[in-house]
Ligand binder design. Structure first.
Ligand SMILES: Nc1nc2c(ncn2[C@@H]2O[C@H](COP(=O)(O)OP(=O)(O)OP(=O)(O)O)[C@@H](O)[C@H]2O)c(=O)[nH]1
Ligand SMILES: [Mg+2]
Length: 312
């Protein structure tokens, strides 16, 4: 049975639908009546939601860059979690959050172990800036004893940027360029309970350099947790190719999506995890150190997919 109800405001219209059709009612569409404060809701009870109804939500997810098969799965899960086809993706945000909490993996903030964390990833994605944010938060906010290691001696000036942050925060920094050097640096930082390792960005085509970096990190005597940084505005084949090369060479333990503030669409956040199957650690949302860093969460991904602004 299908029914159209009009009422003063969305809440009242929804209440009328629930009263007339029961809690199982599926919302097919809503519209505001121009020139009035009335809202019209078209709803149906019984039967499966039609392909057309599902298509609205699914198309929005696909437009945001969510892979087609994932968008289909998520759409069905949203309808199930919401109890009805939501009138818009934005209205589905809470349901999408619950779905993503189940479908995606979020590791939470860095803890006490392992002690050493390296940030890797393509050139210019924000590795050094993110290390500075993590270091400042851990040192100045959490009162941890933090040290930095720069494995970025490939470029002139690579170490200078990190050194400046180390001085600003007031923490030690060591240089290294191979596994032995890294061991030495980590020994010198034995008093630190958190050591963050910055690495040189390399072109995804330079697989030899990436493999060497992977061997250096895995060759260290101490276990190193590797966070792979990538920019959120990279999509589709470029994203998949970047992930393939970096995951193979560096075997990362966490994904770290950067520059969420610069991306127009955020489906890459879902796509990257579907492709790589690695938990998220952090998101970065701007250039400010240390503010623009957050622990990755399903609520944030759901909000962005539903059209919220990064700084809302
Ligand atoms: N908009 C925006 N800019 C960012 C963010 N994170 C870093 N940046 C900027 O991106 C630029 C590159 O940042 P770096 O931290 O030097 O990047 P990197 O990955 O260390 O670069 P390489 O060491 O050259 O590979 C800088 O201008 C940063 O301020 C972010 O979350 N949002
Ligand atoms: Mg850097």
């Amino acid at each position: 049975m299908e029914q159209t109800v009009r009422a003063h405001g969305y809440e009242a219209a929804l209440a009328a639908v629930r009263r007339d059709l029961g809690p199982e009612a599926i919302i097919l569409g809503t519209r505001e009546i121009a020139g009035t404060r009335e809202v019209e809701i078209r709803a149906r009870v019984g039967g499966e939601p039609s392909a057309q109804d599902l298509g609205l939500i699914e198309r929005r997810l696909v437009r945001a860059g969510v892979p087609t098969t994932a968008a289909e799965t998520l759409t069905r899960a949203i309808v199930k979690a919401n109890g009805a086809v939501p009138p818009s993706l934005r209205a589905a945000r809470d349901a999408l959050t619950r779905v993503l909490e189940r479908e995606m993996i979020f590791a939470g903030p860095i803890g006490r172990a392992p002690r050493v964390i390296a940030v890797v990833g393509p050139t210019g994605v924000g590795k050094t800036t993110t290390i500075a944010k993590l270091a400042a938060n851990a040192s100045l906010v959490d009162g941890r004893n933090v040290g930095l290691v720069c494995l970025d001696q490939y470029r002139i000036g690579g170490a200078e940027q990190l050194r400046k942050y180390a001085e600003l925060i007031g923490i030690p920094m060591e240089l290294a360029d191979d596994a032995l050097g890294l061991d030495r640096a980590l020994r010198r930082l034995a008093a630190c309970d958190l050591v963050l390792v910055d690495t040189a960005g390399r072109s995804p085509r330079d697989t030899t350099a990436l493999q060497r970096l992977g061997q250096t990190l895995r060759g260290a005597r101490e276990a190193i947790e590797v966070h792979l940084a990538f920019v959120a505005q990279v999509h589709d084949r470029e994203l998949a190719a970047m992930l393939d090369v970096h995951v193979a060479a560096l075997q990362p333990h966490r994904l770290l999506a950067t520059k969420l503030d610069e991306a127009l669409h955020h489906g890459s956040l879902v796509a990257a995890q579907v492709h790589a199957g690695i938990p998220y650690g952090y998101f970065t949302t701007g250039q400010r150190v240390p503010e623009d860093l957050e622990v990755a969460s399903a609520r944030r991904v759901a909000g962005l997919l539903c059209g919220e602004e990064v700084s809302e």
